[in-house]
Design a protein around this ligand. Structure first.
Ligand code: MTE
Ligand code: MO
Length: 169
């Protein structure tokens, strides 16, 4: 028997409003086809674990109970199987990979002094010179004023997408 067991009834072309959401050669299905190459594993929840490993060593592992306690997000997405079915607007709830990596202790260390430690400003949408190192406070003002780099002729705003490198750009 084919590993694709069911769910291919009710395939149809996308309605006009869905057409822009459908990649070429795909059909919309209302069902949720099952596509498994092997038998379905049924791990008892008390035995289930999720681990982040590196170089053969476990950096962090969660039981199902611990995993369910992590901050989860809800996402709505269109999914597209290579066998040509697409299912629009599916809802999922789960833990973002970023959250897991943070908890596994990637980065997370103290900021080195050369890089502005113990605290620096982070303004990643502007050129990095706007990301002042060794900050000790914020001074709230009525009007913008040139700082150290801006007095040397660098741009007052500094958007890299608009190439605002120097005053007048
Ligand atoms: N206080 C302070 N902040 C600063 C600078 C500096 O010389 N002094 N250099 C800026 C510039 S030009 C850049 S590119 C980045 C460099 O940050 P990094 O040393 O962590 O790479 O810090 C910015 N923040
Ligand atoms: Mo810089």
């Amino acid at each position: 028997m084919s590993p694709v067991s069911r769910g291919f009834r009710h395939l149809h072309r996308a309605s006009d409003e869905d057409a822009g959401r459908l990649p070429p050669g795909q059909y919309v299905t209302e069902g949720f086809p099952v596509l498994s190459a092997r038998p379905t594993p049924r791990t008892p929840l008390e035995e289930w674990t999720f681990a982040i490993t590196q170089g053969g060593q476990t950096r962090k592992s969660w039981t199902w109970q611990e995993f369910r306690a992590l901050p989860a997000v809800t996402i709505t997405a269109d999914i597209h199987c290579v066998t040509r079915w697409s299912k629009l607007g599916t809802q999922w709830r789960g833990v973002p990979v970023d959250t897991l990596l943070d908890l596994a202790g990637y980065d997370g260390g103290p900021l080195q002094a050369e890089h502005g430690g113990p605290a620096r400003l982070l303004v990643p949408h502007l050129y990095f010179w706007k990301n002042a190192k060794w900050v000790r406070g914020l001074d709230l003002r009525q009007a913008d004023e040139p700082g150290f780099w801006e007095k040397y002729g660098y741009h007052m705003y500094g958007d890299p997408w608009r190439e605002q490198r120097y005053a007048g750009d």
